[in-house]
Structure formats: C-alpha cells, structure tokens
Design a binder for this molecule. Structure first.
Ligand SMILES: [Zn+2]
Length: 533
C-alpha cells in the first residue's frame, strides 16, 4: 500500500485518489525570466518519477507543470535587457524545455502558461469578488486573508506572518496580509483588459485557475518546493477553497531544495541545517536513510538554504556539458525528495562512480547473453512483473530485491532507498555471473542464461519505474555496438584464451599493443573490461 507524506497533516497517509484509478498532479513550475539552473530540475525530476511510479502501479496519471510567463521579475529583467517580456519569456521557456528533455522529464501532460489563461484567471478573480473574499482598490484586486477559513493550515503560520511590501500597494490594501489577485498596469507594462481596468494577474491566482481548468476543483497531489509552502501554496488554498468550498488538493507534497555544499558528504550522509522545525526528524525511517538525517529545517528558513552564488546556480546547460543527464537524474533521485540536496561537483562525481556499476553490468550482460539491456522486453505494470522463482536461488533473490524496491517506493517514494535496492540487485546478478563463471562460454547453459536474463529484465522494469537507463549510455553505444567494440571483445577473448593456455607472451603482446593504441584492459573477478581513453 502506497503511503504519501502530506504536508497538510504532517503524517504519511495511505494513498487513495479522489477518483479511483485516476491521479491528477499539479506542480508549480518556473517563472521564466532567466536560464534554468539545477534547482529548477529538482521538482520536475521528482514528480516525473512520482508519475512514472504511479503509472507503473496501475493509475491513469495526469501531470501538469505551469509556466509563469508574466510576473514582476520578468518585467524587471526584460526592461534590464531591453527586450519585450514575451520575447524573454519565450526564450527562457525554450531553455527550460530543452533541459527537461535532456533530463528525461517527458511524462508531463500539460504545460499551461499564465498568459494563455487570462480569461480563466479573470473569471476566478471575479467569483472571489462576488463571494466577498476579495476587494478592488484603484485597479488592483486583493484577496482578503481575514475572510479565508483555516488560513495558515498548510504552513502553520498565522496570516500576520505575511508581511506587506511596504510600498504603494500597502496603501491600497486593507490588511498587510492581503495579496494581489490582479495588478493594475503601470505605464508601458504588458496588460490585459479586465473588469477592473488594464492589468495582469498576481502569481498565486494563476495556479488556482489553471489547476482547476485542467484537473478540477479537487485533485490528488499538489507539489512544489518547500519554499513554496508559504505564502504561495497557503494562498492557493485560500483562493481555491474559498471559491469552491472544498479541498483544493488531497495530498500536498513538498520537495527539499538544492543547496550548495562546501563540505562533501557521502551519499546518505548527514546534512546539517541551521534550524529545525515543522518537519520532524522521525518522518523518514526507511531505506538507507537514517532517521536523524532529515532536518529539512523549518519551512520558513528554507529560503536561506536556496542555492545562490555558486556553481549550482550557473545555467543548467553548462552542467550538461560536464555530466551525462543520466548522472544528474541519478544524483537527484539518490536523496529522499523531502531532504535538502547538497550540490557539489564532487558529489555528482561520486554518483558517476556508482552508476558505473550498472554500466559494467550491462556490458557483461551483453557479453554473456548477447542482449542489450536497454532493449530487453519488460513489463510496464507492477502486476505483470511478478516472476516465479521456481527452484532458482538467483530468482528467489531477485524476487526479494524487487519486493524491497517496491516497499521503498511505496513508503513515500523513497527513491534513495529504491536506488540502494537496485545496487543490491546488480551486485547479486554480478555474483551469479562470477559464481557460475558465465564469462566463459563453455559454462553458459540455457537455464543459467535464462535466469540471468530474467533477473536483468526485473532490473530494467524497476529502473524504468524511476525513469533510469532508458537509453544506452554514450560510453556503451560507442563501445559494444560498434565494430570497434566487437573487435576489442574479440581481442580480449583471445588474450583470455592465451592466458588459459599459459601463453603469457601472446597475452602480454595483446595488452601492450592495445595500451599503445590508448585501450586499457582491466582484469576483474568476472572478466576483463576494456576502456578507450
Ligand atoms: Zn503554484
């Protein structure tokens, strides 16, 4: 049974969608005023994985990520750059989409843009006015926070925690906690006609309006970074629930933020944060995460943990020049989603080393079974993936690892724990190849090769549920699939044969000649690996 941590109740709750079999997810997306950095990819990668896992579990899932393409920051940046706001937004949206594609985030069903939904936003605002939850003031429309029932229930913060901006808007508001639904246009700004004069929407209202249009008045999962709990999500709740008189979303899921890390911890290492608060340290108990590990800090102070002037805030496209996208995806999923993610190149390098274990196994699988891991035919649904171990010890272990993986993921999408289970599975499959000496052709009887293939299929089934290993890594496609790869495999085999025949002179000649060509051979317990420098 899947359980999901709900920020609203501060507990893990059994997952039961509003409509049986269907799940609607809304994730707050970026304001497109500058190129994306790695922090912008955290939510999309996590919720793409959440969607994949729910679909794998049999649900029909709709995932929505909005694009904020009209906003104060956008207006300021476009005037600094001297370009039209629309132009800047279009350019930065394209950058965001390219990065999403590179990260394998391709499960998103809708990317609604605020500027395409102005009518819906005006309609929503108008209803709030008519129902007495909002008021107009000099062309602006404000939500009156004191009218909202349960304001503060998500963040645990009282309405007066919301500070006014102290500027001109303060004079037009009845209370400093009130926030803008509609802002009157200043001269020269992009504006739309409305019943209150030309202007543009506030930020919070766009999410209420667009989520309703696509997912309905009550949907299943609302996601976002922890920094959005207050005031953004609190205000979305105030708007939607005042308007509809029913819950906006059943589960509120918040991911930890990326933070630059000076000190490098190992995976699953301890994170230190300046303060502790709303999220209890006992919340996460499973997998490889120690219970003391999560110190998400209190929601209020998350802002301070956001990455600022560091490599982590440099354009994501630059990071992609340094690392394979798969490495970055693996890195983001290695930490529990509610924990802050320590960003450092060194940590990504560690992840890269971990990934090698998988890539090496894929090569061995190809050598032993002749099959390409990424082309293995695998079940897409959890119910279809059950295997009958029979009397195979290997398959009994595979079943156990698969069950552990599913338990990790069912426990509030513990991707870190699930990745740990995948490592265990790969280790077990490698051990089988070693124990049965399957690198030597003569030992490959059909039942052993079949059992190995079945185990590899399960590995592919589970990693696909996390959106991993969907394409062969570049290093592999440049290797085994090409003529060079095949010739190298042949030479490696000849050298192995020569050594077996105690013809060490020939074996050395092969190794040394290859070394001169920049090909390194490495003898491992399970066989010899080659790599090209
Ligand atoms: Zn939002």
């Amino acid at each position: 049974m899947l359980r999901v941590y709900n920020t609203l109740s501060r507990t893990k709750e059994p997952f039961e969608p509003v409509d049986a079999g269907k799940v609607g997810i809304y994730l707050c997306g970026p304001t497109v005023y500058k190129p994306s950095h790695i922090g912008h990819m955290v939510g999309p990668v996590i919720f793409d994985t959440v969607k994949r896992y729910l679909a794998y579990s049999g649900y029909d899932v709709t995932l929505v990520i909005n694009i904020t393409d009209v906003d104060d920051k956008l207006i300021a940046e476009s005037s600094t750059q001297g370009v039209a706001m629309e132009q800047l937004a279009a350019r930065m949206t394209a950058d965001y989409m390219n990065n999403m594609e590179a990260m394998g985030v391709d499960s998103v069903d809708h990317f609604p843009r605020a500027t395409d939904n102005i009518d819906e936003i005006i309609k929503f605002t108008d209803t709030l006015l008519k129902k007495g939850f909002a008021y107009e003031s000099e062309g602006d429309v404000y939500f009156e926070v004191s009218k909202a029932k349960d304001y503060g229930k998500l963040s645990g913060r009282p309405a007066d925690a919301m500070r006014g901006d102290g500027g001109g808007a303060a004079k037009r508001k009845r209370a400093s906690a009130d926030f803008a639904l509609w802002k009157a246009a200043k001269p020269g700004e992009t504006a739309w006609d409305s019943p209150w004069g030309p202007g543009r929407p506030g930020w919070h209202i766009e999410c209420s309006a667009m989520s309703r249009r696509i997912l309905g008045e009550t949907f299943d999962i609302h996601g976002g970074g922890l920094d959005l709990v207050f005031p953004h999500h609190e205000n979305e709740i105030a708007q939607s629930e005042s308007c509809h008189g029913k819950p906006m979303a059943k589960y509120w899921m918040h991911n930890g933020l990326m933070q630059a890390s000076g000190e490098v911890g190992k995976l699953g290492g301890r994170h230190t944060r300046p303060s502790e608060g709303d999220l209890q340290s006992g919340d996460i108990q499973s997998g490889d995460i120690q219970s003391g590990d999560i110190q998400s800090g209190d929601i209020q102070s998350q802002e301070a943990g956001k990455i600022s002037k560091s490599k982590g805030s440099s354009p994501f496209s630059e990071l992609l020049e340094q690392f394979q996208p798969e490495t970055i995806r693996f890195f983001l999923l290695s930490t529990h989603y509610r924990r802050p993610i320590d960003f450092s190149e060194e940590r990504i390098r560690q992840v890269e080393t971990g990934l090698d274990a998988f890539y090496r196994f894929f090569k061995r699988l190809q050598r032993v079974t002749g099959q390409n891991f990424c082309e293995l035919d695998t079940p897409r649904r959890r119910d279809d993936g059950q295997i009958d171990a029979g009397d195979s010890q290997l398959l009994a272990a595979v079943v156990e690892h698969r069950n552990r993986f599913l338990e990790s993921m069912d426990d509030d999408f513990n991707t870190g724990g699930a990745i740990g289970d995948l490592f265990d599975l790969v280790r077990r499959l490698n051990k089988f190849i070693d124990d049965e000496k399957l690198e030597e052709k003569t030992n490959r009887d059909k039942s052993k090769v079949d059992a190995l293939t079945t185990g590899a299929r399960t590995l592919r089934e589970l990693s696909a549920a996390l959106g991993l290993f969907r394409k062969p890594p570049e290093a592999m496609s440049a290797g085994d699939d090409t003529l060079t790869g095949k010739l190298l495999d042949l030479l490696v085999q000849m050298r192995t044969d020569a050594r077996k025949n105690k013809d060490f002179a020939t074996a050395d000649t092969i190794r040394n000649s290859l070394a001169e060509l920049g090909v390194t051979l490495e003898d491992r317990p399970g066989g010899t690996e080659w790599s090209i420098e």
